[in-house]
Structures are given as structure tokens and as C-alpha cells.
Unconditional design. Structure first.
Ligand SMILES: Nc1ncnc2c1ncn2[C@@H]1O[C@H](COP(=O)(O)OP(=O)(O)OP(=O)(O)O)[C@@H](O)[C@H]1O
Length: 311
């Protein structure tokens, strides 16, 4: 018996918009039952990759398959879509219809066995025109539409944007329940906290290219230990760059060092100074991100918490 193909398979995928690079040479696959986060700041290429996966854009080069079907083949894609839930980044339902009509429409096409249950978890004013919906309600309606046929694979472009924290939690719980049943979820995000919380594996994309692909656990382990130290003296940063230091910088009146597991060389060096303050902690996913994006100067933005704009 042959095993089922990976729900998402991308090989050498490249998409240019004329001269503008959308994504270049992406290769990865997502396994059954995984919650996979596709991570990157604005303009990195996440939506482009997702739109190719859904057959909405034709690749310039390379292959993309969902549920074992070639997304550039209309018939194959139609078959795959019966088992696919898709949540686009800007939810554009027909404004002049009610939420109930929207769900009726998708229900007729793909099925709606989980509709009632999902509406209890993500309630929306069903009888009202979608035009009058808040952005959060639109997003909740989109979640119900995405999952009510209980798809094997869900592909979502920034699914939690506009949701309040309680609804976000409900959404993460939904993904985890799906995982227990072996169903697969793939979503793009620029919110690090949610990726750390729910994803098994992440692909990090920058300037259209995949720059990291690993489990969240491995990425955090490889991130090292972050040491922040304040000294009475003001030595140059280079004075603290002992063996095992991956990165060192001066931030205000402190020194921030990323170390591998070896601490002795730093402790020896610190003997030469008066230590006023010392903090040692494991690297966070934010630290890992800053490592990849810290030198970006083109306005890329990453939210280090789901609500950083509100705090
Ligand atoms: N229709 C288009 N025509 C020309 N260039 C485009 C088009 N869509 C996207 N691009 C460009 O492709 C690159 C990748 O954009 P994309 O929207 O895929 O990024 P993203 O990671 O999804 O960003 P965001 O988080 O802002 O949605 C960007 O440089 C963008 O300007």
C-alpha cells in the first residue's frame, strides 16, 4: 500500500509578477496532521505562495501540489478543493447578502456538516448583511465557511487578523482538535506568539525565499541563550565577544549577547568588570526572528505579540 502524499508539496516554486519577485525557488512539504506556520513580514511572499497553491496564480516555474494534485491542472485542483478549506487574507464576501446566505452558498458547494457547531463557537449576526459586519465578524464568518465541511487540509492567509484574543484562542483550539484527527492546517502569519503557540513546524520566508524550515522546538534550541549584562565600566562590545558568542551588541547601557551552551569563557571575561545587572534566558522566537530580520531596513514589520499594536 502506498502512503498518502503530503497535503502540501512545493518544489522549486517561483512566481514573478513581471520583473517583481513574488517567491523564488520555494521547496517544502507539509505532512498530514501538521500545523505549519508560514512566517514572514509584509511583502515577504506569503500570499503569493498561498495564491499559487490555490490555483489563483500560475507559477513562473516549479511545481505545487495539494492533497497530491497538481494545482495547475484544473480538473485535479477541482477534486482537491472538495477536501480543502481556504481562508483568504482579505475576506471579500458579497456585501449585499446575509451571513446565512454566504454559508448556504459554500454549504451547497462543499458541505456543511460542522456549520451549527462552528457557529456556536464563532457566533456572527447571521441575518444581517455582511456589509454591516465588523472586521472581526467577517473573519469569524470566514472561519465557519472555511471549516464547516471539515476539510482534510486548511490553507489560511493570516487567519487571526481582526480577531479578539478570546476568539483567537477558540481558533487555535480548533486547529489543535483538527490535528488530533490527523487533519492538516497551513497558515501564514506575521504574529510570532501564535506561531510559537500552535505550530509544529515553521517555514520562514524573506524576500521571496525560504530562509528557515524546522520545528519550532529546534529553532528555539538553536537560538541559544540570551545574556543581558550591565557593567559599571563601558568596554567596547568586542571585549565581550568571547568564544561561543554568536552575536553581541550594545543596547542603551547594557550589552546583549547570544551564546551557545558554553558559559565559562563569558564568566571569566566578566571577572574583569563590575557586573551591575545580569539576565540569562533562553532565546525566544522573537530573538530568532530578529536574527533573520534585524538588519532589514525596508519597513518590514513583525508583530512579536498578537496585540503589540494595542499595548
Ligand atoms: N499583483 C501583484 N503585482 C505585482 N507585484 C505583486 C503583486 N502581488 C504581490 N506582489 C509583490 O510580490 C512580493 C510578495 O508579496 P506578497 O503579497 O506575496 O507578500 P506577503 O508576505 O503576503 O505580504 P503581506 O503580509 O503584506 O500580505 C511583494 O514585493 C509584492 O509587492
Amino acid at each position: 500500500m502506498t502512503s498518502a502524499p503530503p497535503p502540501v508539496e512545493v518544489d522549486g516554486l517561483t512566481k514573478y509578477y513581471g520583473d517583481v519577485r513574488g517567491v523564488e525557488d520555494l521547496t517544502f512539504s507539509v505532512e498530514s496532521g501538521e500545523i505549519f506556520g508560514f512566517l514572514g513580514p509584509n511583502g515577504a511572499g506569503k500570499s503569493t505562495a498561498i495564491r499559487v497553491l490555490l490555483g489563483l496564480l500560475k507559477p513562473t516555474d516549479g511545481q505545487a501540489r495539494i492533497l497530491g494534485r497538481d494545482v495547475t491542472d484544473r480538473n485535479e485542483l477541482r477534486n482537491a478543493k472538495q477536501q480543502l478549506g481556504y481562508l483568504p487574507s482579505d475576506v471579500s464576501f458579497y456585501d449585499r447578502v446575509t451571513g446565512a446566505t454566504v454559508l448556504d452558498y459554500f454549504g451547497r458547494i462543499r458541505g456543511e456538516q460542522r456549520r451549527t457547531e462552528l457557529l456556536e463557537r464563532f457566533p456572527v449576526p447571521l441575518d444581517r448583511n455582511v456589509k454591516a459586519y465588523s472586521s472581526g465578524n467577517r473573519q469569524k464568518l470566514a472561519i465557519v465557511a472555511t471549516f464547516m465541511h471539515d476539510p482534510e487540509l486548511a490553507i489560511m492567509d493570516e487567519p487571526t487578523s481582526g480577531l479578539d484574543p478570546l476568539v483567537q484562542n477558540e481558533f487555535y483550539a480548533l486547529l489543535e482538535e483538527r490535528q488530533e484527527r490527523g487533519q492538516t492546517s497551513f497558515f501564514s502569519s506575521h504574529v510570532l506568539s501564535e506561531v510559537r503557540r500552535v505550530c509544529d513546524r515553521v517555514g520562514i520566508i524573506r524576500d521571496g525565499q525560504l530562509i528557515e524550515l524546522d520545528t519550532v522546538t529546534n529553532i528555539l534550541e538553536a537560538g541559544g541563550t540570551v545574556v543581558t549584562v550591565r557593567l559599571a565600566e563601558e568596554p567596547p562590545v568586542s571585549a565581550l565577544e568571547v568564544p561561543g558568542t554568536g552575536h553581541a551588541e550594545r543596547i542603551d547601557d547594557a550589552y546583549r549577547l547570544v551564546l551557545s551552551r558554553e558559559f565559562d569563557p563569558l564568566i571569566d571575561r566578566l571577572h574583569e568588570y563590575t557586573v551591575l545587572d545580569l539576565e540569562v534566558r533562553e532565546a525566544s522566537i522573537e530573538d530568532v526572528f530578529m536574527h533573520f530580520y534585524g538588519d532589514a531596513d525596508d519597513g518590514e514589520s513583525i508583530e512579536t505579540s498578537a496585540h503589540s499594536s494595542e499595548s
